[in-house]
Design a protein around this ligand. Structure first.
Ligand code: ATP
Ligand code: MG
Length: 382
């Protein structure tokens, strides 16, 4: 069985690696170079998108900013999951908010902006501080502004206007202003929905970001009440989209109440821990769902943390001498801040996970791997 993934990065690579044993062969379409490649060996094929769409049993995507003509070709094949609507919703914050309102799932108060009067009205209505985001094209905290005081309004507006003006008639640009939420922490839920509508959800994950980029995730320490809230949101949103495959939802936890930050219609960085923490990883479950195979268990096998490797040429090999540790390397050329790989560490219980993170903190410099030491202390004290 052959699956074509739109996008040729590490997520396509891990989907491929996770489904070899199912007899699934994965090829990836790099939308920027328009080449079809093997996402594990990076070997370039001389076939075209159209040929691969024809040959594939199923088509999916590893990111949401995909040109409309490519989406249309895939959608018309009838083999594209989770499908053009879900991908477009994840790639445009204004569509995302419409979905959240339709499904009656709470998010931060917001206002859509396409001209200056909307912006001034939003500042008035929502109050400051505001988080302002481009509706299209943002990722890893890029395409965002923070508005904290009146004297920043003109400067921020001139930058916002530049983005709005760079849109076209067929692909208009817009901006969303959100009330800045004083959250206690950020969490996410990853789940899978099958073709017959069955939902299975992984344990909630706590996520730490540094400069807008995910640096560390921990799974296996959440209470049932908050897990229940996240699962309810997952079911509503996945059902509303008639979704097939893995869907990720990021939340703000405000005093035990979850507000949705955003959704990602794909496997997600905050679900990489499932490779070691669960019987069936997010990657394998996504491949199973889109090819119509039964989905696998999403229950926790053992508490697991994931540490992102950002911008490093390699990882110290001693990491692998820490019990319960495994490393995952993406085979990319190093650039500052670039996601190069990740480390998963599992343990029998949260205390032991804290001890193992403490061992890792002795190996990994705090500047390059923020939060490992603090997280280990918090787990050991609990
Ligand atoms: P990614 O795609 O990597 O998840 P992104 O660029 O899509 O990131 P968001 O997740 O929307 O952007 O925002 C990045 C970070 O900014 C969030 O993880 C959160 O820490 C902060 N943030 C975003 N919106 C708000 C808000 N309304 N209130 C407070 N903080 C916010
Ligand atoms: Mg985000």
């Amino acid at each position: 069985m052959r699956v074509l993934v739109l996008g040729a990065g590490q997520l396509a690579r891990m989907m491929s690696l996770s489904s070899i044993h199912l007899g699934i062969e994965v090829l990836a379409y790099d939308v920027s170079t328009k080449q079809v490649i093997n996402p594990v060996t990076f070997e370039v094929s001389n076939s075209t998108l159209e040929q691969e769409v024809e040959r594939s049993f199923a088509i999916t995507a590893e990111f949401e900013h995909i040109p409309e003509d490519v989406l249309a070709i895939c959608e018309s094949s009838g083999k594209f999951y989770p499908g053009a609507r879900s991908i477009a919703t994840g790639g445009d914050r204004s569509k995302e908010k419409v979905l959240l309102d339709e499904a009656q799932v709470s998010c931060a108060p917001y206002a859509l902006i396409t001209e200056k009067s909307h912006f001034l009205a939003a500042v008035d209505k929502l109050g400051m501080p505001l988080v302002i985001k481009t509706c299209q094209a943002g990722y890893d905290g890029k395409g965002q502004w923070r508005l904290k005081s009146e004297d920043q309004v003109e400067r921020v507006w001139s930058e916002m206007a530049g983005f709005i003006e760079s849109g076209t008639l067929s692909a208009p640009h817009s901006i969303i202003a959100e009330k800045m939420i004083p959250f206690d922490r950020e969490v996410s839920i990853i789940g899978v929905r099958s073709k017959d509508g069955e939902c299975k959800v992984y344990p909630l994950t706590e996520n730490q970001h540094t400069n807008g980029v995910l640096t560390l995730s921990i799974a296996g320490k959440e209470k049932a009440a908050i897990q229940g809230q996240a699962e309810a949101a997952f079911e509503k949103l996945a059902t509303q989209l008639n979704y097939v495959g893995v869907l990720a939802i990021e939340f703000f936890d405000v005093g035990g109440q979850l507000l949705v930050n955003e959704i990602a219609p794909r496997v997600h960085n905050s679900g990489h821990w499932t490779q070691q923490g669960c019987q069936t990883s997010q990657f394998e479950n996504h491949m199973r769902a889109i090819t119509g195979l039964p989905t696998g268990s999403t229950s926790l096998l053992r508490p697991t943390a994931m540490i992102n490797v950002l911008g490093q040429e390699s990882i110290p090999h001693t990491v692998l001498s820490v019990p319960g540790c495994s490393s995952h390397w993406y085979g990319k050329q190093a650039k500052p801040g670039r996601k190069m790989g990740h480390i998963n560490v599992s343990a029998d219980n949260l205390h032991q996970l804290g001890e193992r993170l403490a061992e890792l903190a002795d190996i990994l410099p705090e500047d390059d791997y923020p939060g490992v030491q603090d997280t280990s202390h918090a787990l050991i004290l609990n």
